[in-house]
Write a protein that binds this ligand. Sequence first.
Ligand SMILES: Nc1nc2c(ncn2[C@@H]2O[C@H](COP(=O)(O)OP(=O)(O)OP(=O)(O)O)[C@@H](O)[C@H]2O)c(=O)[nH]1
Ligand SMILES: [Mg+2]
Length: 238
Amino acid sequence: MKLSVVIPTYNERETLPSLIEELLSEIKKIAEKVSIIIVDDASPDGTGQIAEDLNKKYGDISVLHRKAKLGLGSAYKEGFRFALDRFQPDFIVQMDADHSHDPKEISRMLQNMHDYDFAVASRHVVGGSVIGWGTYRKLLHSTAGTLASVCGGLKISDPTSGFRVFKNNVLSSVDFSKIKSGGFAFQIEILCLLKRMGFRGVEFPSVFVNRKYGKSKMGFNESIQFIKTCVHLLMNRI
Ligand SMILES: Nc1nc2c(ncn2[C@@H]2O[C@H](COP(=O)(O)OP(=O)(O)OP(=O)(O)O)[C@@H](O)[C@H]2O)c(=O)[nH]1
Ligand SMILES: [Mg+2]
């Protein structure tokens, strides 16, 4: 089995090395051929160079260096396309670089998604949880999740989760130009598109650990863009 993992990065120098070490050791247990694609947006803290150094150390890592901070969604589009063209993987995983997502959960998702097209790691099904968030972050998260579910008509407990697995045929058949959002709202738009295309998703419990290093990139502007995308999705449905 061939597996690619796409990781967008912006200023994640503290967490990327330990994540990559653990991720490689986990995915090499379950896949014959592995590739990690890091999409870095010219991180001022030197994350791009750290990613190159990690490739020298371990191999199997491709680093896509982009000229400026172009957004999470656009990083995923570019990373997915690159993975499909270069590696023809059977499965593609997407995950964050800040060590909030546990690489050990990948094997459980892969082994139990036979009857489905994609899998979402959920913090809100039995067995899932969040460690380390304060009240404000919890409120922001649940508001975003509710808005996304209602506006997108998604029957999914954790639509903003950034930890997912897709079968090759799913992402190969997506026309990424149909996804307008270049930012965090990409996560919602792609779920809506997959639903319209008739693909079936499944959720698995996931324990999300709040980042210990670095800063969140989900700022004010991203939140406004996210709300606009949700409203747009709702208008298209009614
Ligand atoms: N290439 C690229 N990566 C990004 C961009 N924005 C965020 N990321 C990465 O996307 C992932 C998710 O961003 P986070 O800031 O962790 O978002 P979050 O998990 O909602 O927020 P936290 O509470 O900080 O964990 C991380 O790996 C970021 O480095 C971007 O504009 N470009
Ligand atoms: Mg994060």
